[in-house]
Structure formats: C-alpha cells, structure tokens
Design a protein around this ligand. Structure first.
Ligand code: SF4
Length: 142
C-alpha cells in the first residue's frame, strides 16, 4: 500500500450475493451480521446494500443457470479493487449439486475467486477468517 492509500485508508464494505444457494450458507452469513459473538464488524468492516458501494463480495450457492446472468451483472457493478470470497462448498465445486444440469459451478469459471471458505455450510468462525483474509488482500490492492 502506498503512502496516499495509507492516508486515505477506510474500512471495507461487504456485499452478499446469493447465487442459488439452499440458504444454509446465508443463515451462517446472517449470524455474522447480527449475533454479537460472531459480529463481523469487529474486523472493521460492514455489510452494505448496494454492489456499487462494495469492496468485498461474499458469494454463496452453486451459480444456478437461472440466476447466472443476474449474478454476473451484479458482480460487474462492484468497483475495483474488489475481493471475492466463495462461501460454502457449492460455489467452490458445486457441492451436493455438482453435475446437475441446473448449475454452472465451479463459480471460478466465471468470477475470479480470491478466498475459499469450504463447508456445508461453513461455521461462522470460518467465515470470519475468510473475511479477515479478504481484508488483507483488499488492503494490498489499494
Ligand atoms: S454449501 Fe451447503 S449449506 Fe451452503 S448453499 Fe451449498 S448446500 Fe447449502
């Protein structure tokens, strides 16, 4: 990180994309937003409601055929430098949906993934660790 970037440093904003998940991973993500024990804001970041404000994107689900175009459009709206975290085994390999005609996983065929958080679903502690890694990568890219 150069001097200008250090001076103008700010906290990253998180954005969540559901790419056709069963919602199991999303429940665990919700835990990091509203349960004090796993509060992601302790890492100095915060969830936001618009892709245009996001710095770090958390993607759940195997990227179903039905939502693929919308997910890619949303992802494209996130400004650079952005860091992408695949949450759960579904975006990483397809998980239990692997090989289905209805999914496009693995998601890294369409979107560059920086951090993988495996699990079905991953525990909140693993998600926090993944976010912490993403923040370090994001700082390096500023
Ligand atoms: S990884 Fe498991 S919990 Fe998460 S979306 Fe896939 S099937 Fe659901």
């Amino acid at each position: 990180m150069n001097l200008i970037s250090r001076i103008s440093a700010r906290s990253p904003w998180l954005y969540r994309i559901n790419a056709g998940s069963c919602n199991g991973c999303d429940v665990e993500l919700a835990t990091t937003a509203c349960i004090p024990r796993y509060d992601v804001e302790r890492l100095g970041c915060k969830y936001c409601g618009s892709p245009r404000h996001a710095d770090i994107v958390l993607i759940t689900g195997p990227l179903t055929v039905r939502v693929k175009d919308k997910v890619l459009r949303l992802y494209g709206e996130i400004p650079d430098p952005k860091v992408t975290v695949a949450v759960g085994i579904c975006p990483i390999s397809g998980g239990v949906f692997r090989g289905s005609y209805a999914v496009c996983a693995p998601i890294d065929q369409y979107i560059p993934i920086d951090v993988n958080v495996p699990g079905c679903p991953p525990r909140p502690q693993a998600i926090l660790e993944g976010v912490a890694m993403a923040i370090e990568i994001w700082k390096e890219r500023l």
